[in-house]
Design a protein around this ligand. Sequence first.
Ligand SMILES: [Zn+2]
Length: 340
Amino acid sequence: MSEQVNCPFCNQIGEKSKDHIFQQFFGGHQTTPVCKKCNNFFGHAFEGKFANSFSPFMVTLGVAGIPPKNETTWRNAVIDQTSGVKYDLNSKGEFTPQTKAFYEDGKLKGIITSAAQAKQKQKELEAKYPDSKFLLTENTRLDWKPELNFSIPFNSNVRRLSIKMSVALGSYLGFNNLMDENSRNYLLNENFEEENPVRLATNGYPALDEMRPSLSHLIYVEGDKQLRVCYSLVQLYGVFQMCCLLNKNYDGENFAAIGVHDIVTHEETFQEISPLQLAFPQQHLSQHEYNENVHSIFDKLMLELDNRLGSTNLFLKITNIPPKDNTSITWNGEITFNPK
Ligand SMILES: [Zn+2]
């Protein structure tokens, strides 16, 4: 019989598997035992989608000089406006055409989206001009300094991941039963219609910033017996912060735990610390206050980039902050850089 585990997520006995506290996508390596069912479910429910939505940011950092542990690709990062060809960009700063432009007599005739389509076109042309040979060539532009646009979504994928990371950290350090029914349902059910337990935190947490290297990932979890609450604060790249209300009826012991993943060295530390009793993010921000907060997060991002890189060929600016909204928030940023 396979080894069994009491799963910290679903609270049931199940076949044992290993869950990474910080995602492998981030270069995380420390794992904690969870049930195989939850582990598999999280992978397809939100971890893969989360990775796709954060890959533009990881690629951007890679091009700026902080490569991810595993090479990452930003699919369809940019469209060449003259030909309409779409390019992928990898974390080394290399462009690969996803689609190819098709020219006849020097004129752009269309876009070819697959190798099969290109072969078909080649056949058609050879039938039309039987005396000529048509070769398939790659049209890769390496002399580029394009402006790239990306957005960082704060949707249920990143929210559920934040809960998962927090509970995994607690469990790894021996703290269990951290979730109430509401946050467990949010984590485990695709169609959740009750109270969303995760809030985007646009306020600053200098006490947490001091406990990690610049731009690095951090998980902080605290259980407070007197306030009967267990909550967590997750910082991704130091600046994208999620506050999770894990349990509104917490009856466990007082504790605080912290996990840090350095995005340059990929070193990880996990330890118990004295409770920091952090302030919860304000629920009712005006659009103006929200915009100010988002701008200060971006200022902090640029400062932490400078701290980590010395100088950077990356220039980031915010182009659009959509109306604040409790369920999904997207920031659009614009990047200008010189690929190496
Ligand atoms: Zn489970």
